[in-house]
Design a protein around this ligand. Structure first.
Ligand code: CP
Ligand code: NVA
Length: 305
């Protein structure tokens, strides 16, 4: 494992290794045990989109591992003024030990990895959000003590989070049902990749326009914003299309009684999810947000250690 660009690139064993190291680092963290696995190492964090969780969890994670992180906003570095990815990758590789990047194009993340000589971590693109889904799977595991054979239902936009969720569930053998309106489905090539992995892991993949069908007997219900970063101009039109996909108590009642609720956050209460669900007893969204820290520390320790 040289980079974390897409969950599809990881083997099942690599996923397991990340999740079990995350569990250990979380436990040690709670016990006050320091683990300076990246002493003296530096992570550069390039952001061309906003972030709360990704920025803070990577920065704090690096600190807890004994290393240092640099916040590189595209407004401030020359990349934002047209310097090439090629030159940026070559230059940063001379200074730092790893790059985390949040940006629009998946190909920019791939090019950074191709031209640089240090590990690259995808902190979200328009196409994928692998770090989020590692935290999600870890959270499900903490609450259910297993992943294989459980049913995940994702309801809403077939966006970056949904794409990586397909990759992740197929890899670990979780069944996944995605309900999204026509025209807003998951990326077709990612669906094909996930179907390939699902054959090996025993995961069943259901793609539907019907949220009730997706949620039926689910162990986990997941949703995300209807308006991702960069889509702000489409908000009015999207809200109309997605309203039937709102996760509310009626929809939730079709899941298993002990189903948990996940949301990558930021959330928009009253749109993709109602307040009673996201703030209710079955919601584990803040465990999920916390777990970004632990899984990303595991990823960095593996890639940069
Ligand atoms: N879930 C997530 O990636 O949050 P941020 O956009 O705040 O980083
Ligand atoms: N789908 C959302 C996820 C935010 C963490 C977006 O891309 O804006």
């Amino acid at each position: 494992m040289k980079h974390l660009i897409s969950l599809y690139d990881l083997s099942f064993e690599e996923m397991e290794k990340i999740l079990s190291l995350a569990e250990k680092l979380k436990r040690q963290n709670k016990e006050g045990i320091q683990h300076h696995l990246l002493k003296g190492k530096t992570l550069g964090m390039i952001f061309t989109k906003s972030s709360t969780r990704t920025r803070v969890s990577f920065e704090v994670g690096m600190y807890q591992l004994g290393g240092y992180s640099l916040f590189l906003s595209s407004n401030d570095i020359q990349l934002g003024r047209g310097e090439t990815i090629y030159d940026t990758a070559r230059v940063l590789s001379r200074y730092i030990d790893g790059i985390m990047i949040r940006t629009f194009k998946q190909s920019d993340v791939e090019d950074l990895a191709k031209y640089g000589t240090i590990p690259v971590i995808n902190g979200l693109t328009d196409l994928m959000h692998p770090c989020q889904i590692l935290a999600d799977l870890f959270t499900v595991y903490e609450h259910k003590r297993t992943l294989k054979g459980l049913k995940m239902a994702y309801v809403g936009d077939g966006n970056n989070v949904a794409n990586s969720l397909l990759h992740g569930c197929a890899k670990v053998g979780m069944h996944i049902a995605v309900a999204s309106p026509r025209g807003f489905e998951c990326d077709q090539s990612i669906v094909c990749e996930a179907q390939g992995d699902a054959k090996v892991s025993g995961s069943q993949i259901l793609l539907t326009e019907d949220p009730v069908e997706a949620v039926k007997d689910a162990d986990v219900i997941y949703t995300d914003t209807w308006v991702s970063m960069g889509q702000e101009a489409e908000k009015e039109q999207r809200v109309k299309i997605f309203m039937p996909y709102q996760v509310n108590s009626t929809l939730f009642s079709h899941a298993k009684e002990d189903a948990i609720f996940l949301h990558c956050l930021p959330a928009y209460r009253g749109y993709e999810v109602t307040e009673d669900i996201i703030d209710g007893s079955q919601s584990v969204i803040f465990d999920e947000a916390e777990n970004r820290l632990h899984v990303q520390k595991a990823v960095m320790a593996i890639l940069m250690g």
